[in-house]
Design a protein around this ligand. Structure first.
Ligand SMILES: C[S@@+](CC[C@H](N)C(=O)[O-])C[C@H]1O[C@@H](n2cnc3c(N)ncnc32)[C@H](O)[C@@H]1O
Length: 258
């Protein structure tokens, strides 16, 4: 039997409207969809009725299906001649281990394609109306993992991260945000540097906390976030405060007109 193919598809940060046209078209052609925990229900609703769905969802500290098994599962499914859509939250190659899957497919001679998705950083920033770079505030941007293996210290280049001109976007950082903030301050970032924490960004459950570096751990703990959290660290994060204040003014103005 001729091998099928695997489409490694980015599902975006949550809002189904942020799916690319190419991703939506790929999902519509699927015989089987292998998906992660962060893929929104509204996007799974686009999976054709006849297509099989396999949940290989992972969460921090709890991996129902090890990555190697997911890699082999994709190979086996494609070898049955089916079109397999491997659906991952955000972009499949940003902190998504998508390229490990691609390498396994390539080694097995399975055709595959990569369809990018809007990563959480872009989705959350746009939702909060924060620019990740902005003339005079941030000349660059870094995506950083805040996750470390159990019982191992975070292995990051703190000196280079502590650059006030660069916006830091921290993925998977909720469990370690106190340590991350401490290290950044130790390496020179000011205690009052703005930070925006976004939970479940771009979904109807989105929540945000605007804070500063020396308050981020306490403020996000107090918020009792439930879901994935992204931290935007840098002067641009203060612009969220401005736009929220503008919102209030605008709402007040509209109330006067009405
Ligand atoms: C394993 S990484 C996957 C990232 C994904 N591939 C991407 O490009 O967005 C999971 C982390 O992404 C972030 N994340 C993903 N979706 C998010 C959302 N809707 N709101 C806030 N953070 C999100 C969180 O930091 C979460 O811990």
């Amino acid at each position: 039997m001729a091998a099928g193919k695997v489409l490694l598809v980015g599902a975006g940060p949550g809002d189904p409207e942020l799916l690319t046209l190419k991703a939506a078209r790929a999902i519509a052609t699927a015989d089987v969809v292998v998906y992660d925990r962060l893929v929104a229900d509204a996007i799974l609703a686009l999976v054709p009725d006849g297509a099989a769905r396999i949940n290989v969802g992972k969460q921090a500290g709890f991996h129902p299906i090890p990555q190697d098994e997911i890699n082999q599962l994709l190979v086996r499914l494609a070898q049955t001649g089916r079109t397999v859509v491997r659906l991952k939250g955000g972009d499949p190659l940003i902190f998504g281990r998508g390229f490990e899957e691609a390498q396994t497919l390539a080694a097995a001679g399975i055709p595959y394609d990569i369809i990018p998705g809007i990563t959480a950083a872009q989705g959350c920033a746009a939702s909060a109306r924060v620019p990740l770079t902005h003339r005079g505030l941030a000349t660059g941007l870094r995506y950083v993992t805040g996750h470390c293996k159990a019982n191992e210290p975070l292995d990051l280049d703190w000196q280079s991260l502590a650059d006030r001109e660069t916006t830091l976007v921290i993925y998977m950082g909720a469990a370690n945000i106190a340590e991350i903030a401490d290290r950044l301050m130790e390496h020179g970032l000011p205690a009052d540097l703005p930070v925006l924490a976004v939970c479940q960004g771009t979904t109807p459950h989105e929540r945000r906390v605007s804070t500063v570096l020396n308050g981020v751990a306490a403020d996000t703990a107090a918020a009792s976030f439930d879901g994935p959290v992204l931290f935007i660290v840098g002067d641009v994060a203060a612009l969220a405060l401005q736009t929220e204040a503008e919102d209030e003014v605008r709402v007040a103005e509209l109330a006067v007109v009405a």
